[in-house]
Design a protein around this ligand. Sequence first.
Ligand SMILES: O=P(O)(O)OC[C@@H](O)[C@@H](O)c1c[nH]c2ccccc12
Length: 267
Amino acid sequence: MSSTHLDNILSHTRIVVAERKQSANLAELERAAAKHTPRGFASALLRASTDGVAVIAELKKASPSKGMIRPDFDAAPLATTLAAAGAACLSVLTDEKFFLGSLDNLRAASAACNIPCLRKDFMVDTFQVLEARANHADAILLIAAALTDGELRTLRNAARSMHLDVLCEVHNEDELHRVLDLDCEAFGVNSRNLKTFEVSLDVAESMCAQLPGNAVRVAESGIHTPADIERLKAVGYNAFLVGESLMRQPDPAVPLRALLSPVVAVN
Ligand SMILES: O=P(O)(O)OC[C@@H](O)[C@@H](O)c1c[nH]c2ccccc12
């Protein structure tokens, strides 16, 4: 079998995480983690979705599928702007090689606003969960396609013991069945296939009804217009993860406000 984009990212991630873990000062990380009291990620999404649209605004400088997205990327002012424009939560890429993100960006974004922040990365080791909280994350992402059942459970439990919420991401029904009893605070359907990078909102649309009813349901990727949000809201999503369509604009508050305002019916 030829290796996919996801395989390449994961093999690189395993190497850099092992190196960081090797040279880390665990006591110092634990002290830093203890200083951050996690803000409820899932509860902020639910609150925002009851009287409006809950958007997780993503801070993403570049991606393997799109290349450079925002050359003049500065995490703290972006976080302030997006929170002020009405984002319910932020998602901050911390992968350095493929997304040009960093843990420094996460810390800066989290300090610059008071909405919950997701550490967006390829989590393969419980060490990264400690790192997440030490760098002021409130939630972590777990990608079903990247992890075995055992790894998913181990990382889920590590997040729980650190009081971080989990957004568990799936892309097809096989993955969904593997995570149904994982008891995560939020489940996301990624409309982008991480193996091929193809995007279709049909993926999120068709899978929502099968997500656990007691968790927050998040539609991820490929969301550009208020009509996209209407369509996904209509099938039952509570929240929407949006990156590129915000990051491409000089002032990302402008597209975010458009996504948050109700669609005006024309007929
Ligand atoms: O930029 P978009 O198409 O709005 O997508 C955002 C987000 O869903 C996407 O960045 C993403 C979803 N799952 C991921 C996993 C890893 C890295 C990135 C992602």
